[in-house]
Design a protein around this ligand. Structure first.
Ligand SMILES: CC(C)(COP(=O)(O)OP(=O)(O)OC[C@H]1O[C@@H](n2cnc3c(N)ncnc32)[C@H](O)[C@@H]1OP(=O)(O)O)[C@@H](O)C(=O)NCCC(=O)NCCS
Length: 178
């Protein structure tokens, strides 16, 4: 997966390099809101720990070796500021392949990075993996990802629905020319 901007690197996850950055995203005052905007329910959010973040990065590496998910960390200014991933299995109600993103460091939001990195993941899924329909989903209340997905050409895939935690989701899909 290649970035289309020189100031953004998409790099293979590394436990020792990335876990401390990830801990920093969630320890910030905005950290809880970041987790909520991703679709975590209040009761699922616990105090972030370095061991928990290491485990998450280890899972990214394991999922890739199981051919289930391809994750790249987003690096800007030599800092790991987020992650983008392509899921190759059905997760929740979302068909594969689906693309997902977090810019964990809020200092780097609103600079076009989210849209650019999602485009890189879409290009990879289309041109390298050979898929012509790409899926995702987002909370209806998450205006930032709604704007990013609209910019990229995603359209609603069915009607919105509410999960067991009372969160309202919209599945989306992007059809690309073959
Ligand atoms: C959602 C997220 C990936 C957006 O990335 P970003 O780098 O901040 O967004 P960009 O700067 O690339 O903006 C792309 C478009 O979205 C719009 N946008 C960005 N943030 C917005 C916001 N909070 N409200 C409304 N529109 C917004 C931009 O104006 C831009 O629109 P344009 O293409 O018409 O100019 C990022 O905010 C994030 O990771 N948030 C926390 C985690 C999350 O919500 N992940 C998605 C879970 S499904």
């Amino acid at each position: 997966m290649k970035s289309n901007r020189d100031d953004i690197q998409l790099i293979i996850p590394d436990v020792d390099r990335d876990a401390l950055f990830a801990l920093g995203w969630f320890e910030r005052p905005e950290g809880k809101q970041t987790l909520l905007s991703m679709g975590n329910a209040e009761h699922e959010i616990s105090t972030p720990t370095i061991d928990g973040e290491k485990e998450t990065i280890r899972q990214f590496i394991q999922l890739e070796s199981d051919n289930k998910q391809i994750t790249r960390m987003i690096s800007v200014d030599d800092k790991t500021i987020g992650a983008v991933w392509v899921e190759l299995y059905q997760n929740h109600s979302v068909q594969p392949p689906s693309v997902h993103i977090i810019i964990g460091n809020p200092d780097y939001r609103g600079k076009g990075i989210g849209a650019s990195v999602m485009k890189s993941a879409i290009d990879y899924t289309n041109k390298v993996l050979g898929y012509h329909t790409i899926y995702s989903r987002h909370l209806v209340s998450n205006q930032a990802i709604v704007a990013v997905n609209n910019t990229l050409g995603f359209e609603n895939d069915g009607v919105s629905y509410t999960d067991e935690n009372g969160l309202t989701w919209q599945n989306v899909k992007l059809e690309l020319a073959s």
